[in-house]
Design a protein around this ligand. Structure first.
Ligand SMILES: Cc1cc2nc3c(=O)[nH]c(=O)nc-3n(C[C@H](O)[C@H](O)[C@H](O)COP(=O)(O)OP(=O)(O)OC[C@H]3O[C@@H](n4cnc5c(N)ncnc54)[C@H](O)[C@@H]3O)c2cc1C
Length: 343
């Protein structure tokens, strides 16, 4: 279905007043293919919930909103095997599985967006990542009009990484995700605030409720204040650089990785750089969550870009660490390299 309305304001969680030449709502794969064939000579962009995007300007082409729906469930004696269409809302899907007694996704509650976007950056929260529960991802090759199934291993999942940001980025649509959830439930309570409440978190529903409670208290609701969640990735730095920081800041939050590397919390770096609550031209750094950049109302794309630049430069000047955006930057002709856009 092509919509006469071309504003993208309600379709991106930053709430930026940008538009597209055309917006198509795809409820089936035929619409996806038709729209690709008819409009691919101009920019063509697929969207889910628009919760991981920063539009830099009006989009000079077709935006296709993925609305493929449907969930089917099979089981063995040991596992639930759930096939979920890409246009289903992620949080509603998690809620459904928990309610139906299929545990495993409860730590990933309240993440905005669609199921189809979840594998792209291997969404993660509270000690669980999509890679831990994903069996496969189904994609449609728009040029060949052919469906492919990509196994978990083939997805090349990493921290906010997967093959869908590289080899399967242009000309492919994620149409469904397969989940494998063990019937023998193992709660994941390693993350601080869950660990503290461990004694009361004895069911998947109680973890789901707790995660929702923590997230609602910590993160701004995009319906109230425009944002795209964590704007930057947590940088991964050599252990020796981390040790140098630790000498000045003994309480710096570090998470050891393999190969003599350490992950450091980007929000902490921004906070230490004195930017929590910093505001300029309707854009800001959230006063409670330094990793979240916000549209205070009426911000233009350039205001958020300037804010991101300022944050990135200030953190570099203090710690000699360049932050890399997690959010995807969308220019008038399509996605652009976010680091280059801020350099
Ligand atoms: C308040 C808030 C909290 C958040 N918390 C978290 C968190 O805890 N953990 C986390 O990992 N993320 C978090 N995010 C980021 C975001 O919710 C996730 O990245 C989510 O998966 C994005 O889904 P979306 O459907 O909105 O993607 P969109 O923003 O619509 O799209 C993102 C990218 O995927 C592409 N794309 C979308 N759908 C498809 C498809 N079907 N096939 C191929 N390409 C596609 C788009 O072209 C774009 O490049 C948060 C965001 C917000 C606003």
């Amino acid at each position: 279905m092509t919509c006469s309305q071309t504003s993208l304001k309600s379709l991106n969680t930053f709430g930026l007043s940008v538009s597209a030449e055309r917006i198509v709502y795809a409820r089936n794969t035929e619409t996806l293919i038709e729209s690709w064939k008819a409009h691919q000579e101009k920019p063509w962009l697929l969207m889910g919930g628009g919760s991981n995007m920063l539009f830099l300007d009006d989009f000079e082409g077709t935006v296709v909103v993925n609305q493929l729906k449907g969930i089917s469930i099979e089981q063995t004696s040991e596992e639930w095997l759930i096939h979920c269409a890409a246009g289903e809302n992620w949080h509603e899907f998690v809620k459904f599985t928990v309610k139906e007694g299929m545990a495993g996704l409860e730590n990933l509650a309240l993440i905005p967006g669609t199921v189809g976007s979840a594998p792209i950056q291997n969404i993660g929260a509270y000690g669980v990542e999509l890679k831990d529960v994903c069996a496969y991802v189904d994609i449609l090759d728009l040029n060949q009009n052919q469906m492919l199934r990509v196994t978990n291993k083939e997805c090349l999942f990493g921290y906010r990484e997967s093959i869908f940001k590289h080899q399967y980025r242009q000309g492919y649509v994620i149409t469904a995700v397969g989940f494998r959830l063990a019937k023998e439930w193992q709660p994941t309570l390693s993350y601080g605030p869950l660990k503290v409440a461990e004694a009361s978190l004895t069911t998947p529903q109680s973890i789901f409720d707790k995660v929702c409670e923590i997230r609602r208290s910590k993160l701004p609701d995009p319906a109230q204040i425009g944002n795209a969640g964590s704007f930057f990735k947590n940088p991964i730095i050599p252990t020796r650089d981390a040790e140098a920081i630790k000498r000045h800041y003994p309480n710096a939050p570090f998470y050891p990785q393999c190969d003599n590397l350490v992950k450091i919390a980007a929000g902490w770096l921004i906070d230490q750089a004195g930017l929590k609550g910093y505001v300029a031209n309707h854009a800001g750094v959230h006063p409670q969550q330094a990793l979240v950049l916000i549209n205070l109302g009426g911000a233009q794309p350039k205001d958020l870009v300037n804010m991101a630049k300022h944050v990135r430069d200030t953190v570099y000047n203090k710690f000699e660490i360049w932050l890399e955006p997690e959010v995807r930057f969308i220019g008038p002709m399509g996605e652009v390299n976010a680091v280059e856009a801020l350099s």
